[in-house]
Design a binder for this molecule. Sequence first.
Ligand SMILES: [Zn+2]
Length: 176
Amino acid sequence: MGAPEAVYADFRERLHPYLAERLTGRIDVDVENTGVDDVQRAAGDAIAAYERKLEEEMLDRLVAATSSNGRGTTGLDATLEALNEQRVEALLLEENFDAAGVCCPQCGSLYPPGVTACPADGTATVERDDITDLAVRRALRQSARVVLVRDDERLEPLGSIAGAVAVLRLQSGVAG
Ligand SMILES: [Zn+2]
């Protein structure tokens, strides 16, 4: 969104909340004499600051969740399990983290190394040197947010990969 300061302040207040929350920073440029590259360079700092903030917020949330209400998974095994169950709302990965694992060619489920047959359908699994890219794809397919953690050092001791998970909706009443 581009606007002079006065218009911006007024306009911002009128935005629908789902748009307003997408405004994460503001940069000042001289519109007469600034090219695309200059704008990109100026926005770089704002984008990096936003990403750091997002990282920190997600980790705050995750640390709180794992210690109290069980709404977080840490480490490869538990996080893959939550991904397979489509319960992941946000996947956190340490930048440059990779991990071996296996995937099921039938249903796409992901497992830690050593699982030779998919527990869900019995299909022989395929070994992968790195399954983090498949984990990211699976997360995106279930509309989870993927956060690449660069600066925050709290993720590594948690296993370099973690997930914020949705609470399972418990069935009330008696089955049958
Ligand atoms: Zn399977």
